[in-house]
Design a protein. Structure first.
Length: 135
């Protein structure tokens, strides 16, 4: 409810950046509540809002969330594609913590897609980033 109210306020003052952030938050909430239709709608609106954007972290998180959604739909290869895209985007942002989270999600998709060796390698990279970030 409050995110939707914020979304309307950002739209009324033409604040596209915060509108996009509210859309991402709504997409995540829909994903958390297993509401596929709303998730896909907010995801598509978010992608449009970030079109031609250089906010790589937000784009990466959005694509990561879509990969997680695809895992719930048992579409592991497609989830890997979105995880790879998210990984490329997050590397451009320099956010090592989120990079580790994306690698963890990618490892899960690899494991579920029956690529256990790849998954182990990916998990090891995620662990290394987590240990590096803890310092």
């Amino acid at each position: 409810k409050y995110y939707e109210e914020a979304l309307k306020l950002y739209e009324s003052v033409s604040d596209e950046r915060n509108r996009a952030l509210a859309l991402v938050s709504l997409a995540v909430l829909a994903l958390d509540f297993n509401n596929s239709a709303d998730f896909q709608r907010y995801y598509e609106e978010s992608k449009k809002a970030y079109q031609n954007s250089s906010e790589y972290r937000e784009l990466a998180i959005l694509d990561y969330n879509y990969s997680q959604f695809l895992i719930t739909q048992l579409k592991y290869d497609e989830a890997l594609s979105y995880s790879s895209k998210a990984l490329e985007e997050i590397k451009q942002s320099g956010d090592k913590v989120s990079e580790g989270l994306i690698l963890r999600g990618m490892g899960l998709a690899q494991y579920l897609a029956k690529h256990p060796q790849q998954a182990m390698s990916t998990y090891e990279k995620a662990l290394a980033l987590a240990e590096e970030s803890a310092d």
